[in-house]
Design a protein around this ligand. Structure first.
Ligand SMILES: [Zn+2]
Length: 146
């Protein structure tokens, strides 16, 4: 089935890109803090600890700033997309339904029929029971396969 992406929700774009930017900013900030700490601690341990603390604060602030910047940029892009899509018709998407596959249940042996359609024993008329192991119908009353 084909769909057209006519409009992107700006709120969802902001949320997703803010979190992504936050994560990336935090990682970069922590790495930079670790590098600067490793460079300074051998000479002045106290200064190194202070730098590490500052670096951690810097990483958090940097992460938030990175999140806000990337979210604002993405929202601008989404807004521009919405404007262009309203003129050009938007991106065409081909979506397919996700399917759950049961590999053995349908192929290995025929599934037992629903309760109301259970076959009756030709000898005594009692409802039969399907035995998966032997792929045969069993009568509990006659105690034998049909
Ligand atoms: Zn029977």
């Amino acid at each position: 089935m084909k769909y057209k992406l006519s409009r992107i929700s700006l709120g969802s774009v902001f949320k997703v890109t803010f979190v992504l930017g936050l994560i990336v900013g935090l990682i970069v900030g922590v790495v930079l803090a670790l590098i600067s700490m490793a460079g300074l601690t051998p000479y002045r341990p106290l200064a190194g600890a202070a730098i590490a603390g500052l670096g951690l604060i810097g990483a958090i602030v940097g992460g938030i700033v990175s999140g806000i910047i990337s979210a604002i940029l993405a929202v601008i892009y989404a807004l521009l997309y919405n404007i262009t899509a309203s003129i050009t018709g938007g991106l065409e998407l081909e979506l397919s339904e996700a399917r759950v596959v049961y590999p053995t249940a349908t192929t290995a042996y025929p599934a037992p029929r629903p309760v109301e359609a259970t076959p009756k024993c030709p000898r005594c008329g009692s409802p039969l029971r399907y035995i998966k192991e032997y792929k045969r119908w069993w009568c509990d009353t006659c105690r034998q396969y049909v």
